[in-house]
Design a protein around this ligand. Structure first.
Ligand code: BES
Ligand code: MN
Ligand code: ZN
Length: 500
């Protein structure tokens, strides 16, 4: 991935991950896992009472840096109740550890060994530890002149005994792949909109596809128009930048199922002539392509992870701008599947482009479709900045999405689709539906809108308007774009089982 040559803002993951039987004397830092009870490693040089006196109780997220006159700095890394340790807690502990020593290049830790001693699967522990470290160490440095802003981390050493090395290395490789995907998704969403246009996004997708063994096709405005994709063409029509739709395909031999992914790629959402009212809204709307970024980055990992599921992905990329050519309220668009939509607000653009993407996905007849989108401010209002909404037409498939969210700690909450009650809010006098449903239940009415385009294929929709960004450094999230959903989608593809 470091050869994304045409993408100057990309932050390569130049962190080497290795295993060792014991902490190398040459490393800068060693992090020792310490629970709220139980033994304190002698290497820390402090006993439990001394740690307590410094305010370190062993809770997850806590760290205590103990400098030494010579040799590596020792860090007490809280793991909470060691018997309750799991991959998610380990990921958080690892994130806190690396944040406590962000200026150091070479860090070692026994987190994996201790987790395994307490019954956590070795590979899962290694994957989570690597993810925690690499994700928390992320900084967007694409446009900074001072390299000092970058995290200094270059080497991560997982300390573990010989019998566990093989599993730890396998898990570490998976962790590097998933964390790298999450970091690329952040880079894409943090990139200023003038640098990351729809055309640029498509170029990057082609480059990623070439490196990562994916099939790729790019569709331009005329092709989209000829295909009847009236949603993306309509949203794009006021823009100086042309749209792009990118179709990515991953097909292993003898796949165990076929999943489709659709990502909202609004490169900048000004609202169109229903212009967004404040700078604060505009400020974050370069990230309105976070869904498409999550899909692209998830796709980038599937071959490396030997995913057994066939996956077909659509990135729906355009910006949403006002101009003399803009869609007007009352205009009617015809979506790829033939349904007509009356525009009541040009700022409800995500559902219009997703409607084309979902319609195309249905034509491939996959076993299920998942879409991911920064779709509604209402999702942020309902669930806040840390939890995504999930809605859909098939509860078994939603359960799979929830299981992936639990494993990756990219949390989701299932809101009800309630088509029988609320479909009427989308009724239009002149078309099959309006593109907005009124002031209430905005996440639900947006989802009901999308459900008009999925036919009878099991479908789940992720609204990531809340967690697309973080207001500060917090656990694995670094301030700015989060890449939320990237690891969830990877996990979903790897564990997908067709539902009835
Ligand atoms: N991209 C926005 C949603 C959004 C808002 C994402 C805040 C992240 C943070 C979406 O296109 C939008 O403008 N939605 C409108 C829909 C409304 C006009 C029905 C909204 O949520 O206000
Ligand atoms: Mn909008
Ligand atoms: Zn939007």
């Amino acid at each position: 991935m470091s050869t994304l040559s045409t993408f100057p803002q990309y932050t390569p993951t130049s962190v080497e991950v290795t295993t060792a039987r014991s902490a190398p004397a040459s490393c800068d830092v060693v992090g020792w896992a310490i629970g709220t009870a139980g033994p304190v490693p002698r290497q820390i040089g402090l006993n439990r009472a001394a740690l307590k006196a410094e305010g370190f109780t062993g809770a997850i997220g806590q760290t205590l840096v103990v400098p030494r006159a010579d040799g590596p700095t020792m860090v007490a890394v809280g793991i909470g109740d060691a018997d309750a340790l799991d991959a998610n807690r380990l990921r958080r502990a690892a994130a806190a550890f690396v944040r406590s020593v962000s200026t150091r290049a070479s860090v070692a830790t026994n987190l994996v060994e201790v987790a395994a001693d307490h019954g956590v699967d070795v590979a899962a522990a290694a994957q989570a530890t690597v993810e925690g470290v690499l994700l928390a160490a992320y900084r967007y440095v694409g446009l900074k002149n001072e390299a000092g802003n970058a995290n200094a981390l270059r080497t991560l050493i997982l300390i573990c005994g010989a019998p566990r090395v093989k599993a730890a290395e396998a898990g570490a490789v998976t962790g590097v792949v998933t964390a790298r995907a999450g970091r690329l998704a952040r880079d894409l969403a943090n990139t200023p909109p003038a640098y990351l246009t729809a055309r640029r996004m498509a170029d990057i997708a082609v480059e990623v596809a070439g490196q990562k063994g994916l099939g790729v096709e790019v569709f331009n405005r005329d092709q989209l128009e000829a295909m009847g994709c009236g949603g993306i063409v309509g949203v794009n029509q006021a823009s100086a930048e042309p749209p792009r739709m990118v179709k990515l395909t991953y097909k292993p031999s003898r796949p165990t199922g076929h999943l489709a992914m659709v990502g909202k790629g609004v490169m900048y959402d000004s609202g169109g002539i229903s212009l967004k009212p404040s700078d604060a809204f505009h400020q974050v709307m370069k990230m309105d392509m976070s869904g498409a970024a999550a899909v692209l980055c998830a796709m980038s990992t599937l071959a490396e992870l030997k995913c057994r599921t066939q996956v077909t992905a659509y990135l729906m990329c355009t910006d949403n701008m006002p101009s003399g050519n803009a869609m007007k309220l009352g205009d009617v668009l015809t979506i790829r599947n033939g349904k007509t939509v009356e525009i009541h607000n040009t700022d409800a653009e995500g559902r219009l482009i997703l409607a084309d993407g979902l319609s195309l996905a249905v034509e491939d007849q996959p076993d299920a479709i998942v879409d991911i989108a920064t779709l509604t401010g209402a999702a942020l209002a309902a669930l806040g900045p840390e939890i995504a909404a999930v809605l859909g037409t098939n509860q078994k498939f939603i359960t799979q999405v929830e299981a992936s969210a639990d494993r990756t700690e990219e949390p989701v909450w299932n809101l009800p689709l309630e088509r029988d009650r609320y479909r009427k809010l989308l009724d239009s006098v002149v078309a099959d539906m309006k593109n907005i449903g009124g002031p209430f239940a905005g996440t639900i009415t947006a989802s009901i809108f999308l459900s008009e385009f999925v036919g009878d294929i099991p479908w789940a929709h992720l609204d990531i308007a809340g967690p697309m960004k973080s207001d500060g450094d917090d656990g694995v999230w670094s301030k700015g774009a989060t890449g939320f959903g990237t690891r969830l989608l990877i996990d979903l593809a790897r564990n997908f089982a067709p539902v009835s």
